[in-house]
Design a protein around this ligand. Structure first.
Ligand SMILES: Nc1ncnc2c1ncn2[C@@H]1O[C@H](COP(=O)(O)OP(=O)(O)O)[C@@H](O)[C@H]1O
Ligand SMILES: [Mg+2]
Length: 318
């Protein structure tokens, strides 16, 4: 059973304004668990508390109460940072810097050893589709390219965990597609990707786990496929070694054996690609994936609506 790479217990942030006369409960008693190697979509409307949570996970702000662990370290521990890549919300980088110069600077700041720095910069430029822009100034970059170099920057020190705050927000469909492909690439390499979004379809396409935040509280969390009632995709394969099942288990919502053939239920194409890679590497044969229709939108809207109605009732009574 894989361990949690992110875990929080009763994590709470209350912002005080007007010398404490006005209080904003940005995040309330958050219990979050993110398993290593999974893609976790942190979903919620604007103002739900996603960025505040991410800042607490990274130790950029202190929780009012509660605590948590990231990569086994207490929140705020500097040691965890070496294994985390972070894309802030709406990043803005020095406009006069060339892409390559900027990434070199980031690589130095993330302590990438000098002898492999140039090579790492080349690699991440390539992975994010920016190789031909290496000598362009960031001021000339489109919003989509800024997001891509923002993700490139998170990958320089090859961290196990990537935390991306609204990586697809504000991009046109082509830009969103490019970012999704980069995230899928990271996921298929076994990296843990934790990203926030208010766009459902992004989460639906990419994630194996999801948490829905509304007004600072986690109102629904779990494996996407379970939340959706098991819909998603199916991967079938033959000659699957028994030892592999443990590796596949965290990513699937169900598995059955019939004769020599295994069938795995997964939530989306990104996860089925990951499973297909794992199976192929281990010598599985006749590997196939098929799509099953799913709908997160109805579930999301219903959950948020019920929660908002409940809050209205409570404030009406109180
Ligand atoms: N530094 C701050 N001071 C006071 N209130 C804040 C601060 N940052 C965020 N908030 C408030 O906390 C709530 C959650 O914000 P945020 O975490 O940015 O939400 P999200 O990222 O989900 O859109 C909002 O009501 C926001 O106005
Ligand atoms: Mg935010």
């Amino acid at each position: 059973m894989a361990d949690s790479i992110i875990e929080t217990n009763g994590l709470t942030k209350i912002y005080s304004r007007w010398l404490g006369y006005s209080k904003i409960h940005a995040v309330e008693k958050l219990d979050l668990a993110v398993r290593a190697g999974c893609t976790f979509g942190f979903l919620g409307p604007n103002g739900a508390g996603k960025t505040t949570t991410i800042k607490m996970l990274l130790g950029l702000i202190r929780p009012t109460s509660g605590n948590g662990k990231i990569l086994g370290y207490p929140l705020g521990d500097q040691a965890a940072k070496a294994q985390i890549g972070f894309l802030p919300e709406e990043p803005a980088f020095g406009r006069h810097l060339k892409a390559k110069e900027f990434l070199n600077l980031c690589a130095r700041l993330s302590h990438v050893p000098k002898d492999i720095r140039a090579q790492r910069v080349e690699e991440v430029l390539k992975t994010t589709g920016l190789a031909d822009r290496a000598n362009h100034r960031l001021g000339e970059f489109s919003k989509g390219m800024v997001q891509r170099i923002g993700i490139a920057q998170t990958m320089l020190h090859d961290p196990e965990l990537l935390i991306l705050d609204e990586p697809m927000t504000g991009l046109d469909p082509a830009g969103r597609r490019e970012i999704k492909e980069i995230i899928q690439g990271l996921a298929s390499k076994g990296k843990t990707v934790f990203f926030s979004s208010h766009i459902l379809s992004d989460v639906e396409e990419l994630c194996d786990y999801v948490g829905i935040l509304n007004r600072g509280r986690l109102i629904l969390t779990g494996q996407l496929g379970e939340l959706l009632g098991g819909a998603g995709m199916e991967v079938t394969a033959e000659n699957v070694p028994a030892a592999l099942l443990e590796k596949v288990e965290p990513h699937v919502t169900g598995m059955q054996k019939s004769g020599n053939q295994w069938t795995f239920q997964v939530v989306n194409a990104a996860i089925s690609d990951k499973i297909k890679n794992i199976l192929a590497d281990a010598g599985g044969s006749n590997i196939q994936a098929n799509r099953v229709q799913q709908k997160l939108e109805g579930l999301f809207m219903k959950t948020i609506e019920t929660d908002d109605n409940q809050a209205r009732k409570e404030s009406g009574n109180g």
